[in-house]
Design a binder for this molecule. Structure first.
Ligand code: DC
Length: 219
């Protein structure tokens, strides 16, 4: 099989990372979770008491991705592994705002393009097919109903021992989507040449197989 790059975009909690991980494992490719990069920068923004000087924040930040055989992608921020803090509510509720800043986006996009330059990458995010990898070999735009996305998020939370209210989760997901779709720089949207995949009511295995079938068609 020739080396390819796959771009996987879509709204919050559409199952992108779950599917991207499986597709990458099946095809011996590397999975890159770009949301985690924006989350790490948001974590630092919160640690800095929400200082609004984003130029200063980015100029004083080092960020790298490493891979652990068991735990997968790890995010190293200023020499500290912050991966386990990135799903905290405070980070989730501020990440769309921080990710809308020009300095933050150009810093993250440059790293993402560098990572993908050797090919063999499955990258998920919001602007991968439109901005980061406009020449990706396959672009998938994954969607699902907001009800189902909230239910999936609630189940994820349950597994992590966190109780959550379904109506609140729906509201948080919709707020984040609105922000991500309406920001000025690189808003979330389907690339013209992306395949739209509605995962509502479909199992992880079904969606994974649908994407694997798309990969076979391009090879
Ligand atoms: O995929 P995620 O939920 O971890 O992403 C967190 C946020 O980061 C998302 O609400 C918007 C932002 N993001 C982005 O702007 N561009 C990307 N390529 C990935 C994420």
């Amino acid at each position: 099989m020739k080396l390819i790059n796959i771009a996987l975009d879509g709204p919050a909690a559409a199952g992108k990372s779950t599917i991207a991980k499986r597709v990458a494992a099946k095809l011996s490719m590397i999975y890159v979770d770009t949301g985690a990069m924006y989350r790490a920068i948001t974590y630092k923004y919160l640690q800095n008491n929400k200082d609004e000087d984003f130029t200063n924040l980015i100029n004083n930040t080092t960020l790298s991705l490493t891979y652990d055989a068991e735990k997968g992608q790890r995010i190293i921020l200023d020499e500290q592994d912050v991966t386990d803090y990135l799903r905290e509510n405070d980070v989730t509720n501020h990440v769309s705002y921080v990710a809308s800043k020009e300095q933050v986006r150009s810093f993250a996009v440059e790293k993402q393009q560098e990572l993908a330059s050797k090919k063999g990458i499955v990258m998920d995010g919001r602007d991968i097919g439109t901005v980061v990898l406009p020449n990706a070999d396959l672009k998938v735009y994954m969607i699902a109903s907001v009800e189902e996305r909230a239910e999936r998020r609630q189940k994820d939370n349950e597994l992590r021992g966190i109780e959550s209210n379904i109506e609140q989760l729906k509201e948080e997901i919709e707020t984040r989507d609105n922000y991500d779709m309406n920001r000025e720089i690189s808003p979330l949207k389907k690339a013209q040449d992306a395949v739209e995949l509605d995962t509502t009511g479909k199992s992880i295995e079904t969606v994974t197989n649908e994407i694997l079938a798309m990969v076979e068609q391009i090879n």
